[in-house]
Every structure is written in structure tokens, then in C-alpha cells.
Design a protein around this ligand. Structure first.
Ligand SMILES: [Zn+2]
Length: 267
């Protein structure tokens, strides 16, 4: 596929390969170091053994791919880090762990050491907070979706929506990142891992640009940059947190050209 596609196509970037380490928390298929709190015989379903994973990772890295492993459980994240720690894999490759929802606190500094990006989607918390504590128990739940802990450890953070698994609006994720509260505002999930609005907006823009080696032309509004941007109807730094959810996109620009004008609620 890569051979048949222009690597410089600005709208479809093909340098990245995603592999699946495990499943999801909701279905109890995320690979965990210790059993599920609500299913004591079950530690989830890793998709590979460590030797298989190590071999695959080196082969694909040598073929020139940037790697990302979907890892929801702490065991899956650990295995992915073990694979990235191999001598054949460079710490400048900007390899990623996708989702990184439950990560053993002892593994967080390994992301920084290995140059691995935590590629996360805060909107997952709004869906998963309905069952996460049942699955994980209070201790593991307390360090899950650990956006602040990653930032504090110097780990590059890239945010996205995970559409179509979650709704495409980024504002739901922004709200989750800065509140760790459900949309009704009635329940908060371990608020110690909240982050600041500027940190969340950075992760959605410059952090994501860095994660695709595009930080020199995407992620900022500066002369010479791509001018991909939107106009919204409110100041996301100053509105009350619940109002973030009602943000309306008024105009969209791609490479400086208006691609959408009107008024659409991103929800
Ligand atoms: Zn995934």
C-alpha cells in the first residue's frame, strides 16, 4: 500500500502502523497484570506473546514504519514498552502507545526514557467511567487515564478522538481532560489527573503534530505553517467547563482555504 501512495500527500499520511496488543476494558479483554476486580479468573487477552511482538516490532521498524500499539491494559502497555526497548528500535522513532488507559505507574517513566508518545483520547473516560472502577478496583482506577502523570513525567502526549469508537467532536475530550467529570456534571473520576486547558489544547494540536513528525508545519498558527484551523463561537480558555461541550464550529480552513462555513454543533 505504501509503495502505491505518495508519501508527501498532505491529506493522507501513511508512515504509521498500528498493531493491537489487547481489546477493551468494557469487554474485559484489555490485558492486565492482575485479574479484573469484577472477574477474578480473568486477566484479559493479549494478542501476542512477547517474543512474537518483539520480532514483529523490529521487522516493521526496519521496514521504516513508525509503530503504535493499541494497549488498554497495564500488561499490554508493559509488553509494548518491552518491545520498544529492544536494541533494534530507535528512541527517536516517535513510537506510540495508543490509548494507554491503564498503565502501571512504574512504567510511566519508561515512556519518557524510550521517547514513546502516549497517544490518548480523553473522551474514552466519559464512556468508561461508568464501569472502569468495577473492572479495575479503586487502586488501579486511581491511576488510570493518567494524563497529568504522563505530563509530569515528561512524556509527550498526543490527543485525538478515536472516532468512530467515540463521537468525532474534540470538545467532549477537551471537557473530559480538564474536568474528569461526566457530561451531566454529577460524577467525578479521580480528579488528580485533570490537566489545564492549555495543556489539553496543546496535546490536541502541537502534541498530535509532533506524533506525526509534522510539528514544523502543523499544530500552530504561524507564518509558513499549514493554516489548518477552525473558528469557534466561544473562548475555550475562559468559558465555564460545561459550556465547552456546547462549542459550535463556525468556519473550518484547510491549508488556508475555507472548507466549511455555516454553523454546526460539533456534537
Ligand atoms: Zn485502538
Amino acid at each position: 500500500m505504501r509503495a502505491h501512495h505518495d508519501v508527501n500527500d498532505p491529506l493522507l499520511h501513511t508512515g504509521f502502523l498500528k498493531g493491537f496488543m489487547d481489546g477493551s476494558l468494557g469487554s474485559r479483554t484489555a490485558a492486565m497484570k492482575a485479574p479484573y476486580s469484577d472477574d477474578p479468573g480473568n486477566t484479559g487477552l493479549p494478542q501476542y506473546t512477547q517474543p512474537q511482538l518483539n520480532k514483529m516490532a523490529v521487522e516493521r521498524a526496519h521496514a521504516g514504519f513508525q509503530l503504535g500499539f493499541h494497549a488498554i491494559g497495564d500488561k499490554a502497555a508493559s509488553m509494548a514498552l518491552d518491545a520498544y526497548e529492544q536494541p533494534g528500535i530507535s528512541s527517536t522513532a516517535r513510537n506510540r502507545i495508543e490509548h494507554a488507559q491503564v498503565v502501571d505507574p512504574a512504567d510511566i517513566p519508561r515512556f519518557a526514557k524510550l521517547g514513546v508518545i502516549a497517544s490518548m483520547q480523553p473522551s474514552h473516560l466519559l464512556t468508561d467511567m461508568n464501569w472502569a472502577e468495577d473492572r479495575l478496583g479503586p487502586q488501579r482506577a486511581g491511576y488510570s487515564y493518567a494524563w497529568k502523570a504522563f505530563l509530569d513525567a515528561g512524556v509527550p502526549l498526543a490527543f485525538g478522538t478515536d472516532y468512530p469508537v467515540e463521537p468525532i467532536t474534540p470538545f467532549r475530550g477537551l471537557y473530559a481532560a480538564v474536568t474528569r467529570m461526566n457530561e451531566a456534571g454529577t460524577k467525578t473520576y479521580f480528579p488528580q489527573n485533570k490537566i489545564m486547558r492549555g495543556q489539553a489544547l496543546y496535546a490536541y494540536t502541537q502534541g498530535s503534530a509532533y506524533a506525526e513528525f509534522a510539528e514544523k508545519h502543523k499544530g500552530k498558527l504561524l507564518p509558513g505553517y499549514d493554516a489548518d484551523f477552525i473558528l469557534v463561537d466561544r473562548n475555550l480558555y475562559t468559558v465555564g467547563a460545561p459550556a465547552i461541550l456546547q462549542t459550535v464550529v463556525q468556519e473550518s480552513f484547510v491549508a488556508g482555504q475555507e472548507s466549511f462555513a455555516g454553523s454546526v454543533s460539533a456534537r
